[in-house]
Design a protein around this ligand. Structure first.
Ligand SMILES: C[S@@+](CC[C@H](N)C(=O)[O-])C[C@H]1O[C@@H](n2cnc3c(N)ncnc32)[C@H](O)[C@@H]1O
Length: 245
């Protein structure tokens, strides 16, 4: 287990209850039932809970999502969630490793995948290499057409070269969970975000992925972070979206 990262103080992290966001939806759509569509959560590890899914959709609706970027496609459940619950014009781009680049030697010890961060990440990569993003494969044609899948190691992603700079108003960081990957993905997210944008991370305060918590606590000294209680979601608001909360 990686225990090498200093535990930064979480001075810039503000906790909210989920209902703080739900109230904003009620204020934005006072005369509508605001519905969303979601798969029954997968029994596999590594996906979002129902509450977390509802928070992502809530934020997408509050900002009237235009372009979403996801680090870490995995089964593709969140790509599909965002594609189904956004306007017909919205676009979803999601990146994961080239499946052939995932070494079968990076196996995981079944007993440790829920205890150890490295073993857990190895397991998620192997699952992706073996099964691919099958939620996207099984989605209907219109949903699939909104999703662009990229295969690239995010640690060597060059946003300028890939045409990703200054493009996305919602970015979800949920790829590799080691400190260096989170740091590089977060730096790139800042380049890829439009002036008004939301950047959200999964696995904040995870019992397994301590590096995510350490990085976000450190990051919060420059960018105020909002942590949503009863989830592992933490986000920062840019530009005009700062006044959302
Ligand atoms: C927790 S899963 C993502 C879950 C997905 N975001 C969801 O909501 O369903 C993490 C994924 O990140 C991918 N990943 C790990 N390291 C990566 C890297 N360096 N570049 C791109 N993807 C990576 C893994 O292959 C795995 O599929």
């Amino acid at each position: 287990m990686t225990n090498k990262v200093k535990n930064y103080l979480e001075n810039g992290v503000h906790e909210i209850r989920p209902k703080v966001l739900f109230k904003q939806i009620e204020a934005k759509f006072p005369d509508s039932n605001v519905m969303f569509s979601v798969n029954i959560p997968s029994s596999a590890i590594g996906g979002l809970t129902l509450l977390e899914s509802s928070i992502l959709v809530t934020l997408a609706k509050l900002i009237s999502l235009s372009e979403f970027f996801e680090f870490g496609t995995y089964m593709g459940a969140t790509s599909v969630l965002m594609a189904i619950n956004s306007s017909a014009q919205a676009k979803i781009t999601t990146v994961d490793l080239e499946p052939e680049s995932i070494k079968s030697s990076d196996g995981s010890d079944g007993a440790l995948i829920l205890l150890d961060d490295v073993q857990n990440d190895n397991y998620l990569r192997r699952m992706f290499a073996e099964k691919g993003s099958y939620y996207i494969d099984r989605a209907d044609t219109a949903t699939r057409a909104k999703i662009h899948r990229m295969y690239h190691d995010s640690r060597t992603l060059d946003p300028d070269k890939e045409g990703l700079t200054n493009r996305f108003d919602f970015i979800f960081i949920d790829g590799g969970h080691d400190y260096e990957t989170i740091r590089v993905d977060s730096d790139n997210a800042l380049k890829m975000a439009t002036e008004d944008a939301v950047i959200i991370w999964h696995d904040y305060r995870s019992k397994i992925h301590g590096d995510v918590t350490s990085f976000i606590n450190y990051f919060s000294s420059n960018f105020p972070i909002i942590y949503v209680q009863n989830t592992m979601l933490a986000f920062t608001l840019k530009g005009k979206f700062r006044s959302l909360l």
